[in-house]
Ligand binder design. Structure first.
Ligand code: G
Ligand code: G
Ligand code: MN
Ligand code: NA
Length: 253
């Protein structure tokens, strides 16, 4: 209850921040995307990662207000980059299951994107397999409405859940994100090598973009490159950066 109250106050006081982790196309070297990751700038305890507050925000429903704030902040930041003449990469926003079931989600996305005056295709929504699979019929309807808005859709942590391949074919999604647990021990771990190889092949045959997460080493990068996985995200290129740092990163590219 204490944390719940603190989160409500933190939202009112605008103590949250959105950080951006670049996604790099290893062929062109360009930043083609970024993942928006929320943090809480706690007045005494300093910067808090999502692990310290997202679960409570979900249980209490605060995630709905927080999610609306994150979407608005990302749209404003994109607007700012556009004004300053940057080539804008698409920005991926994580949605929790609770947000995905929100009755006004589509409306909220439409309104927020429209008010910011940005192209919807700059926004990508990340959903996990379990979020989608909870109620597949409702999920497909929601995915179609979001797709019709013009935002992009990604499946996060792909491989850790259980979307049947048959379902996958019918979802209007754009991107598969390979979970970092599969990337950690490649090259070397035969099982993980096989899983990553299969996901990249699947993405290619379904004509989906594929993004590998958690890339930390040159060896991991080399393995992914040889498979034809061209977009990577991870500490090898950059940690998640505050907006100003992200802007500097874009400038250097
Ligand atoms: O940045 P970090 O690795 O600590 O993020 C951990 C997890 O927190 C992410 O994988 C994601 O699932 C969740 N997360 C981060 N930002 C957001 C957000 O804005 N909304 C929601 N719903 N989850 C987020
Ligand atoms: O949405 P998701 O839970 O996948 O968020 C990705 C998380 O992974 C973020 O919390 C981010 O801070 C973290 N992350 C990003 N790059 C790396 C990396 O190279 N290695 C590891 N271990 N974690 C990373
Ligand atoms: Mn994610
Ligand atoms: Na992920």
């Amino acid at each position: 209850l204490i944390l719940e109250n603190q989160l409500v106050k933190a939202l009112a006081r605008e103590e949250f921040e959105v950080h951006y982790q670049p996604q790099v196309d290893v062929i062109s070297g360009q930043v083609v995307g970024a993942e928006a990751l929320v943090r809480w700038r706690h007045p005494e305890k300093g910067l808090q990662p999502p692990a310290n507050f997202i679960a409570i925000a979900e249980e209490t429903g605060i995630i709905e207000g927080l999610g609306a704030w994150v979407l608005q902040k990302v749209c404003q930041d994109i607007r700012q980059l556009t004004r300053d003449g940057y080539r804008i990469p698409r920005i991926s926003i994580n949605l929790s299951a609770r947000q995905f079931r929100q009755s006004d989600l589509v409306e909220q996305c439409r309104n927020t994107i429209r008010s910011a005056g940005i192209a919807p295709a700059y926004i990508e929504l990340e959903l996990t397999e379990s979020t989608i699979m909870k109620d597949i019929d409702i999920a497909v309807g929601m995915l179609r409405q979001l797709n019709a808005l013009g935002v992009r859709l990604a499946i996060d942590d792909f491989g850790t859940g259980y979307s049947s391949l048959n379902n996958l074919k019918h979802f209007p999604i754009d991107t598969l994100k390979i979970d970092k647990s599969f990337v950690r021990d490649i090259p070397g771990d035969r099982d993980d090598e096989a899983i990553v190889t299969a996901i990249v092949a699947l993405a290619k045959s379904l004509e989906l973009e594929v993004v590998a997460e958690g890339v930390e080493t040159r060896e991991q990068l080399g393995f992914l490159k040889r498979l034809g996985c061209e977009i990577v995200q991870g500490y090898f290129f950059s940690r998640p950066l505050p907006f100003e740092g992200f802007r500097e990163y874009l400038k250097g590219k």
